[in-house]
Design a protein around this ligand. Structure first.
Ligand code: FAD
Ligand code: SIN
Length: 529
């Protein structure tokens, strides 16, 4: 029987959350970082706008806290918000110490503005902030001798008492002992046992047909935690970014909110500005407002996209501030210095996730979660722009502090069985997986999107139940593979989103339903599964 890998700290995911945590626990024990593609591939790498942090002379913690609470529409946990805001400058300082090169202006960090922020407070590296953050974190982690990185390894399931056939009478008594990990090259599922495990698997944008997220964002961490019976919260709050590039080949490439922060105007097919009709903050209203306004324009006018126009801005400045957006649009024949950019909303961020306390602890002992997979209470019903990298960094730091203490009190669990693949065979029908994935994404886009209703949600739920049964049956009969596990996770996450959306009989933040258009005071609470 192959011996299991044993580590003090298991980290699943190599984005900003996972790598920051790994670096902070590495002086206190052995660390395994498991990641399903190469170590740099993560949502983090694609972040454009930047990291919100109070650094300007006229800005204040109080105002950043207020802006975040306002965007969160009554569901943010104030202590969590205060934490990320107050810790922001220290996190930026750490990234600078790691060697991050952020954009400067006269020797000072250049601060830009995005929707919902009352000040310029976004630290950025032109429009490629995530790439710079990921670069320095990967560099630091790779150098650290206590950290082993397992690239092209896929976490299939968390190991808990369930795998020992122990009867756990209360959901509050479950422990995590590590995870079953698929080595993608060999096709073998290995046991990685640990004293403590961090889920840092990022978001779930791939649940939707149109998303700014890369292909890794399949909600694996949320689905694994749910199967392990962790508490999951607020899954109905899906953020749709208002401006992704509309082009048949562009795969929903993001056009950063910072473009509107620099004065970009949204216009319809007749070149008319429309945002003022919806919100006095115009183009700088929070994302949910702008996404719904665009959706409304598209439906009313029967047009396929609206346009983001920055042709009035200085050409040189555009090229300097937005080199990636300029270059990418040009590849598709759009010169953003002279042509308005066709844009549509796309799924971008999941505010809900694995519920944690202020130290990143989930409801399962020994299991921490941070970054987009987690629901820490920071974002409430709607995330303020550029608060997610900040949250990932701050909660990775806090989780690491707690996990360092936790490992002193536990030992690695013995007697964990090998992965059981009896009764499974190689898949005969790959087409089932790709077809079911497309069907799921279409259902979620059409029925569980920017504007919802009871009818649409129950239609989606019925269709997902069928998909769920088909996929589960296929999974039980088939050897595990990444596409199959991802599909299983996506269907599970889709179901959680629909279930949570059906529980919320009001419109709040990112959840808007035509059946209950008002925000109701008595409904000001989390949706917990
Ligand atoms: P990720 O960075 O997504 O990392 C997740 C990691 O987990 C990846 O390495 C992935 O491969 C791995 N993984 C997942 N499942 C498994 C599995 N089963 N087994 C093994 N490994 C697994 N936020 C901001 O604050 N500012 C911005 O400007 C900004 N711009 C954005 C632009 C785009 C285009 C996108 C998509 C997002 C943007 N966001 C931004 C959001 C932000 O990037 C993410 O919320 C944040 O990077 C999440 O970090 P993370 O570490 O939690 O997850
Ligand atoms: C953007 O640059 O518009 C993305 C910012 C974010 O998602 O926070």
């Amino acid at each position: 029987m192959p011996t299991p890998h044993k580590y003090d700290f298991l980290v699943i995911g190599s984005g900003s959350a996972g790598l920051t945590y790994a670096l902070k626990v590495a002086d206190h024990g052995s660390v395994a970082v498991i990641t399903k593609k190469n170590k740099s591939e993560a949502n983090t790498r694609y972040a454009q706008g930047g990291i919100a942090s109070v650094l300007g002379q006229k800005d204040s913690f109080k105002e950043h806290i207020e802006d975040t609470l306002k965007a969160g529409a009554g569901l943010c946990k104030k202590e969590a918000v205060e934490l990320i805001v107050r810790e922001g400058p220290r996190m930026i300082e750490e990234l600078l110490e790691y060697g991050a090169q952020f954009t400067t202006d006269n020797g000072e960090l250049d601060l830009t503005r995005e929707g919902g922020h009352s000040h310029n407070r976004i630290v950025h590296a032109a429009d490629m902030t995530g790439e710079e953050v990921e670069r320095v974190l990967v560099e630091q982690v790779t150098k650290h001798e206590n950290i082993d990185i397992f690239e092209h390894h896929f976490a299939v399931d968390l190991i808990t008492e369930h795998h020992l056939s122990h009867y756990v009478s209360r959901y509050d008594d479950i422990h995590c002992f590590g995870a079953y990990i698929l080595d993608i090259e060999t096709g073998q599922v290995e046991r990685v046992l640990s004293r403590t495990t961090l889920l840092a698997t990022g978001g779930a944008g791939q649940v939707y047909q149109h998303t700014t997220n890369p292909s890794i964002a399949t909600g694996d961490g949320i689905a694994m935690a749910y199967r392990a019976k962790a508490r999951i919260a607020n899954m109905e709050f899906i953020q749709f970014h208002p401006t992704s590039l509309y082009h048949s080949e562009a795969d929903s490439f993001l056009i950063s909110e910072a473009v509107r922060g620099h004065g970009g105007k949204l216009v319809n097919g007749d070149g008319e500005r429309f945002m003022e009709q919806y919100d006095e903050r115009g183009e700088l209203a929070p994302r949910d407002v702008v996404a719904r306004a665009i959706d409304d324009q598209l439906k009313k006018r029967g047009e396929e996209s609206v346009y983001l126009d920055i042709t009035h801005l200085d050409e040189q400045k555009i090229k300097e501030e937005f080199p990636l957006i300029y270059k990418t649009c040009l590849q598709y024949g759009i010169d953003i210095t002279s042509d308005p950019i066709p844009v549509v909303p796309a799924a971008h961020y999941i505010c809900g996730g694995v519920m944690t306390d202020l130290h990143g602890q989930t409801s399962i002992y020994g299991l921490f979660a941070c970054g987009e997979v987690a629901n820490t209470g920071v974002h409430g019903a709607n995330r303020l722009a550029s608060n997610s990298l900040l949250e990932a960094l701050v909660f990775a730091d806090r989780s690491a502090k707690k996990a360092k203490d936790y490992v002193n009190d536990v030992s690695i669990k013995e007697g964990i069985p090998e992965w059981d693949e009896s009764g499974t065979a190689n898949p005969e029908e790959w087409v089932l997986i790709s077809h079911n994935k497309r069907e799921l994404q279409q259902i979620m886009w059409d029925y569980v999107g920017i504007v919802r209703s009871d009818l649409r949600l129950s239609r989606a739920q019925r269709r997902l139940r069928l998909l769920f049964e088909e996929v589960e049956d296929f999974y039980q009969r088939t050897k595990v593979s990444v596409p199959l596990c991802e599909l299983r996770n996506l269907v599970g996450v889709g179901d959680l989103i629909i279930h949570s959306a059906m529980q919320r009989r009001e419109s709040r933040g990112l959840h808007y339903t035509t059946d209950y258009t008002d925000t109701i005071d008595s409904a000001q609470r989390d949706t917990i599964i």
